[in-house]
Design a protein around this ligand. Structure first.
Ligand SMILES: Nc1ncnc2c1ncn2[C@@H]1O[C@H](COP(=O)(O)OP(=O)(O)OP(=O)(O)O)[C@@H](O)[C@H]1O
Length: 610
């Protein structure tokens, strides 16, 4: 029974069926560019296996010469012990050479292939639409690029080679022993099935336990990830001890399971030892009785043949044992490639498409029109977030969206960037439906200053440049100045080269926002989306941010999601949103005079609060 499906994505193995084998093989298209090296590796593998397989044969000649039985030796071989020993040494050196070459070629193939898989996967990931990311946890996605790809890498560098080598060893070994003595071979092969069966049963229990251990460990990793990401909350709620015990309890469960699995593994190893040596002794005993038989008996064996037989038997046994392990690894990598291909099969957003021949770059003046827009988030299809939104913004106008939390303001703004498909209705920019516009071009004309500015881990300069990669330093400095950011940037010893720390944690909220504004100024978009920060800044900082925003909004169509109503008196139009509808619209004066209106009430509420 396959229990793997229930535990979901963290389960590394899949059942081998023809279908998923075929699916998994699709990952091989990444090997195609390196097929030359792959074939060279395979040839060397064949040669190294062949040189291993002739060793027992040569060893048996050594025994024959030592026993003065040179008449059975092929004529091209030396007839002295030293001569044969030298041949043996030569074969070993060749074998070393072949193995080196095999590893050399397979490493190249696997490293390049894995680089290509990672690159393709990453490219795919960044071009996937937002709902994809909302349906999955970040840890799950990263493990596709790390754990799963590593599994596949091992397959390309080792598993395939080992698997083939063991099959070759098995086939050649059986052929050799059959040639040597079919009676003894049949006896030997009869001991195999019961041993293999027992080994399989054991292996299955061990796998179940180690899978459960891994699952438990994965759960503890979730605790680790969550608490590291939200370490501020852990401290603020003084829940350090609670988290430590939560993590500890998970670890204990994992250890309990690992111990159980260890018991089985121990038993398995001792079973294997007994079985392997028992099996060899059994064959040795049976073979010795054949050696004892008179030469006239058809079952009679020479001593050298018995030694050869035993050596091949050891090879066969080792390859059968190895095949089980390889089978497990192949299952894991099929699972891994299935999950990788699943992502590669997702449909990307059509970004960075080549412009049709003769088409001019998109020019945007900034006129925006929403017509009867209805919307549900794809991850929450039962909740109608926007019920019927229609409004028109002329190019260069400034419009504020206000309304209670959860009313749908951010959603309205996000839809303009075409981050989600609409449920119904239409949005147009300069009279053209955004569905018909090139996504990348559309987004290039939209600047956004989000509520919580997320900076990338590099320097301040790099973060501002994100607005327009390739801009000159003078432009960056100018943008920083206009965003009221230059003063604080200059006060840092390293200026623009100051590293902001992961997610920008080394900067204050107000500083981060001004960097986001500088970024948007550098981008110089026709349309600006401003999500005012809810977290209050101190009044000095707020003044600086507000000035920067005013500078940024000049000569652009701007939509401001306003939380502090005091900041939007100057806008051309205010849309009051509630429950996914526009409930009022007009200028500040018009709306504040309507005593029963929501805007007037929100104003009163804020006035009372401040
Ligand atoms: N990515 C998402 N997936 C599913 N539902 C969402 C998502 N983002 C927002 N929602 C839901 O959509 C509704 C509107 O959210 P939205 O963020 O647009 O409100 P808002 O008016 O901007 O609120 P706030 O002023 O608090 O930022 C809320 O009920 C919210 O729970």
């Amino acid at each position: 029974m396959n229990t793997s499906g229930q535990a979901g994505v963290d389960v590394p193995k899949v059942k081998l069926t023809k279908e998923n084998f075929k699916q998994g093989l699709r990952i091989f298209r990444f090997v195609l560019p390196y097929k030359g090296a792959f074939i060279a590796g395979l040839l060397l593998l064949l040669l190294s296996s062949a040189s291993t397989m002739v060793m027992p044969k040569i060893l048996s000649y050594l025994v024959a010469i030592a026993n003065h039985q040179t008449d059975t030796l092929p004529s091209y071989l030396p007839k002295t012990v030293t001569g044969i020993a030298l041949v043996l040494f030569g074969v070993v050196v060749l074998q070393g050479f072949f193995s080196f070459g095999r590893i050399f070629f397979f490493t190249r193939v696997s490293e390049f292939t894995v680089r290509d898989i990672r690159r393709t996967l990453y490219k795919k990931l960044v071009t996937l639409p937002i709902p994809f990311f909302e349906q999955r946890r970040v840890g799950e996605i990263t493990s596709r690029l790390t754990a799963d790809v590593t599994t596949i890498q091992e397959t390309f560098s080792l598993t395939i080679a080992e698997f083939l080598r063991q099959i070759l060893t098995l086939l050649a070994g059986v052929a050799f022993i059959m040639w040597n003595s079919w009676q003894l071979s049949l006896f030997m092969l009869a001991t195999f099935p019961p041993l293999v069966l027992l080994a399989l049963l054991f292996g299955r229990s061990i796998r179940t336990f180690s899978k459960q251990t891994q699952d438990e460990l994965a759960k503890t990793n979730v605790v680790l990830e969550e608490t590291m990401q939200g370490i501020n909350s852990v401290k603020a709620f003084t829940s350090e001890q609670h988290e430590v015990s939560r993590y500890g309890a998970g670890l204990n469960r994992a250890v309990q399971l690992a111990l159980k699995s260890g018991m089985y593994r121990g038993a398995f190893v001792s079973f294997i030892i007994v079985a392997v040596f028992g099996g060899i002794f059994l064959v040795l005993w049976r073979g010795a009785t054949f050696v004892e038989l008179p030469v006239s008996d058809s079952r009679h064996l020479e001593l050298k043949d018995l030694i050869e037989f035993i050596l091949y038997t050891v090879f066969i046994g080792a390859s059968v044992g190895g095949l089980g392990e390889m089978y497990g690894k192949i299952q894991s990598s099929l699972g891994a490639s299935e999950r990788i291909l699943e992502i590669l099969d997702e449909t990307s957003e059509p970004v960075h498409q080549p412009r049709p021949a003769g088409a001019a770059p998109l020019q945007v003046r900034g006129e925006i029109d929403y017509q009867n827009v209805q919307f549900r988030y794809p991850t929450r299809p039962d909740l109608a977030v926007l019920k019927d939104i229609s409004f028109h913004i002329k190019a260069g106008e400034k419009v504020a969206l206000v309304g209670p939390s959860g009313a749908g303001k951010s959603t309205i703004v996000q839809l303009l960037m075409h981050l989600y498909p609409l449920s119904s209705g239409s949005i147009s920019v300069d009279g053209r439906n955004i569905d018909d516009l090139d996504l990348t071009e559309l987004r290039q004309h939209i600047g956004i200053v989000p509520q919580e500015t997320l900076l990338f881990g590099g320097t301040i300069g790099e973060n501002i440049l994100y607005g327009r990669p390739g801009a000159s330093e003078a432009d960056v400095v100018d943008a920083a100045r206009r965003a009221n950011a230059w003063q604080f940037i200059q006060s840092f010893p390293e200026g623009l080269d100051t590293v902001v720390g992961e997610r920008g944690i080394k900067l204050s909220g107000g500083q981060r926002q001004r960097i986001a504004i500088a970024r948007a100024i550098l981008k110089n978009p026709a349309i600006l989306l401003l999500d005012e920060a809810t977290s209050a800044l101190d009044s000095e900082s707020e003044k600086l941010v507000q000035q920067a925003m005013d500078e940024l909004m000049q000569n652009r169509t701007s939509i401001i999601i306003a939380h502090r109503l005091s900041t939007i008196r100057k806008v051309d139009k205010i849309l009051v949103i509630d429950g996914g509808r526009i409930v009022e619209q007009g200028s500040h004066e018009e709306l504040s005079n309507d005593d029963n209106g929501l805007y007037a009430n929100l104003l009163k509420l804020q006035f009372e609060l401040t």
